[in-house]
Design a protein around this ligand. Structure first.
Ligand SMILES: NC(=O)c1ccc[n+]([C@@H]2O[C@H](COP(=O)([O-])OP(=O)(O)OC[C@H]3O[C@@H](n4cnc5c(N)ncnc54)[C@H](O)[C@@H]3O)[C@@H](O)[C@H]2O)c1
Length: 269
């Protein structure tokens, strides 16, 4: 059983974009919990205060967890963040770039600042974290793992979200390019594509797409989309964490530049 494994003892793992446990679910939390359960020293970060509650929840369960507020779109904050991680936990071994935003809006109303915000967090912010983490891994000479959260929208653009689709296709391009550059160094770079995972983001998606696509009551649009997933259920943080932990493990040492779906069969490519 995966929870009984201790694949990451003494490893330092960073997870960006992590909310505390709450009613809707979680991706970043599921990932961080899995690494903590397997013995890692975990640092979680987001650009909101609640990230400290998330780390506190892990510490209450006896895990080694640090939290730092940080905006992934600001290079100076990203550099300072990895400095703090190194000082308090040790140099990063695994960096999971998971922070992300979505804005659902019809084409004529999509503003330049909305386009810029989504690209800044999902693509530039992800790149800045990869760049800083990889630079440190190269300096330490011990290899490492970069794992990037993409989306089903890195496979196929959905309606009313061209900026989000562009940002997630960008995640794939960066992942492949960095994977090629870093391949000889023992640093692997992979991405994963969640389908529908119950989180705050999907509560927003349900409401915003529901309004624009028809007369949906809360929860109806999500239920309709989930009914079309071959496994007939939405995913959860644990579903995602299993894949991410595998990609970070020694068993995945020969896998790089890949983008793997974790979506109950929603996309098969
Ligand atoms: N929920 C899904 O079904 C789904 C599907 C596909 C992809 N994803 C991706 O999974 C990732 C996590 O999404 P989620 O559903 O947990 O969303 P969420 O909104 O619940 O969490 C997103 C997190 O990103 C953080 N964040 C946003 N902007 C930031 C910034 N500038 N700097 C630092 N942190 C920032 C937020 O603080 C939050 O903790 C995102 O990259 C999202 O695009 C989610």
């Amino acid at each position: 059983m995966a929870q009984a494994l201790k694949r990451f003892e003494n490893k330092v793992v960073v997870v960006t974009g992590r909310k505390p446990r709450h009613r809707t679910g979680y991706i970043g939390l599921g990932i961080a919990e899995r690494f903590a359960q397997e013995g890692a020293k975990v640092c979680v970060t987001a650009n909101e205060k609640s990230v400290h509650d998330a780390a506190a929840q892990l510490r209450e369960r006896g895990f080694n967890a640090l939290s730092v507020e940080m905006d992934v779109t600001d290079k100076a904050q990203v550099v300072a963040f990895y400095d703090e991680v190194a000082a308090k936990l040790g140099e990063v071994d695994v960096s999971v770039q998971n922070a992300g935003v979505i804005i659902i809006v019809k084409l004529p109303e999509l503003t330049e600042s909305e386009w810029d915000k989504v690209m800044a967090v999902n693509t530039k912010g992800m790149f800045l974290c990869c760049q800083e983490a990889a630079t440190r891994m190269l300096r330490a000479g011990k290899g490492g793992r970069l794992i990037n959260t993409a989306s089903g929208q890195a496979r196929q653009g959905f309606v009313y979200t061209p900026h989000y689709a562009a940002s997630k296709f960008g995640v794939l391009g960066i992942t492949q390019s960095l994977a090629k550059e870093l391949a000889p160094t023992g640093i692997t770079v992979n991405a994963f594509c969640p389908g529908i995972i119950t989180t705050d983001m999907w509560s927003y998606n349900d409401e915003a797409w529901g309004k624009l696509l028809g007369d949906y009551q809360p929860g109806e649009l999500m239920a309709e989309w989930v009914a079309n997933i071959p496994m007939k259920r939405a995913g959860n943080g644990g579903d995602v964490a299993g894949l991410v932990a595998f990609l970070a493990s020694d068993d995945a040492a020969y896998i790089t530049g890949q983008m793997i779906n974790v979506d109950g069969g929603m996309f098969m490519s």
